[in-house]
Ligand binder design. Structure first.
Ligand SMILES: [Zn+2]
Ligand SMILES: [Zn+2]
Length: 469
């Protein structure tokens, strides 16, 4: 058994910070007890190792943390570089699933390759597991990846958001000749621009990368990250026509931006923001992103490939072609969720949902009050029926009228992100280009105040080395 004791700032519901005293005690095989101000706060099973935090980035999720459906107070921070007692540097994937911990399990989500959606996972710095704004971390055994020597701390601290950006690019799969726009490039959006440029170079692809912002300085910066065209989106710039871009990736973190993204996109809007607020008539957009769900028009003549279990919420009856090709269950979302929960072969969820209003979409995303599980599987699709009530939602209007698709994504694959950075010296400069402010961890409240300001793009906090102050 080992133990460490330390003081760390906790983030509170009122957005303030206060220090608390922590103790981690245990080991990798027997599990850990986390004590907070003398009382047991968390009992962790096996599969976690103790690492020291070296650097931790501040991201929009941290700044909007009080909107998210996880308990506070908490030691937050999830974009970490950590070190072991030999000084080896690691990046750490944030989802503490059965698979990441390497423990025996019967979990249908981890078995289906959806470990980042494991319903029993804790999430480093977001859900219960103390995060990187504290000096010590308990991290899942298989979640720590050594950082290649070619990648300096300045770029390595961006691996978590860069992997997420790369996952977004793989999800939208840009085609040659397309124009892909990044709306509101800033701390995450610049990394999406960089990931687009990295993938384009890797595949020798031929799509254009547009940056759309209100601030000319950000457009300038976006060019250094690989944007091939830039547009000011206020009165000073030429107005952009409807459906000017094939794909628009909304990285603004601003609920009002979704309607703009919908107007400007022809084929697809990709939503990367978890701002916790309502937009386009939908209240569960953050949960939509967390579950990596998509919204599409229901194909009236079929088929619905890859969806053997369909939850039918729409009023009109399901067509015969669907009933003959899938197991269709009709009813309200909460009742159906309770039925799917009993499934023992495969995921206990529907594969797809057919809805006919914004309220039904919200209900499909979180059917039961006080519970964080969806009616449909992670990465599933909610189809909007053509008879849908579209009042108040330009998004659903565009889905039905124009066949626009809304896709979302959350965490990415750190191995792919490390490999791409390792192979591309130009891309490795993301850190020096993006990180505008650095703070010591003891100045965390000040770091947050600056991170919220327009002057800051990316702030990181560093913990002092052992033996130094
Ligand atoms: Zn983040
Ligand atoms: Zn699991």
């Amino acid at each position: 058994m080992t133990h460490v004791e330390f003081e760390a700032f906790e983030y509170r519901q009122d957005q303030s910070f206060a220090p608390a005293r922590y103790r981690f005690e245990g080991d990798e095989t027997r599990g850990w007890r986390v004590t907070r101000d003398g009382a047991t706060a968390l009992e962790l099973g096996p599969g976690y190792r103790l690492l020291r935090t070296r650097v931790c980035g501040i991201c929009s999720t941290d700044l909007a943390r009080h909107f998210l459906p996880f308990p506070l107070p908490q030691v937050t921070g999830h974009e970490v570089i950590a070190t072991d007692d030999r000084g080896t540097r690691y990046v750490v994937e944030i989802n503490a699933s059965h698979q990441a911990r390497g423990v025996p399990h019967e979990c249908p989500f981890c078995r289906a390759g959806l470990a980042t959606h494991c319903p029993q996972r804790l999430v480093l710095g977001i859900h219960d597991l103390p995060g990187g704004f504290g000096p010590w971390l308990l991290v899942p055994l298989h979640a720590c990846l050594p950082i290649p020597d070619s990648i300096e701390d300045s770029a390595a601290v961006l691996i978590e958001p860069f992997a997420a950006a790369l996952h977004a690019v793989h999800t939208i799969a840009p085609r040659d000749g397309e124009r892909v726009a990044v709306l509101g490039p800033r701390r995450l959006g610049m990394l999406v621009v960089a990931a687009l440029a990295g993938v384009r170079a890797q595949r020798r692809g031929a799509f254009s990368i547009a940056a759309l912002a209100r601030d000319p300085a950000l457009l300038e910066l976006a060019r250094s990250f690989g944007a091939t065209e830039t547009h000011l989106i206020d009165d000073r710039g030429a107005p952009l026509r409807d459906a000017a871009f094939d794909v628009v990736i909304d990285t603004t973190g601003n609920p009002d931006a979704l309607a703009t993204a919908v107007r400007l996109a022809r084929r697809e809007v990709h939503l990367k923001s978890t701002h916790g607020r309502a937009s386009c008539g939908l209240t569960k957009l953050t949960e939509l992103v967390v579950d990596e769900l998509a919204i599409e028009r229901f194909p009236e003549d079929g088929p619905l490939a890859g969806a053997p279990r369909v939850a039918w919420l729409a009023g009109a009856g399901a067509p015969a072609w669907l009933r003959s090709s899938a197991e269709v269950r009709s009813g309200d979302a909460a009742t159906l969720a309770a039925q799917y929960e009993l499934i023992r072969d495969g995921l206990p969820r529907a594969d797809a949902v057919v809805a006919a209003s914004a309220a039904q979409i919200d209900a499909a995303i979180r059917p039961r009050a006080g519970r964080e599980d969806a009616l449909l599987r992670p990465r599933g699709t909610i189809f909007v029926h053509p008879t849908a009530d579209l009042a108040g939602s330009p998004l659903l209007g565009a889905v039905v009228a124009r066949g626009l698709r809304l896709s979302t994504s959350r965490c990415g694959d750190f191995r792919q992100a490390l490999a791409l950075l390792d192979s591309d010296a130009e891309l490795r400069r993301i850190g020096e280009r993006l990180v505008t402010h650095r703070f010591a961890a003891r100045s965390l409240p000040e770091a947050f105040a600056v991170a919220k300001s327009r002057a800051c793009i990316k702030a990181v906090v560093a913990h002092s080395e052992p033996g130094k102050t």
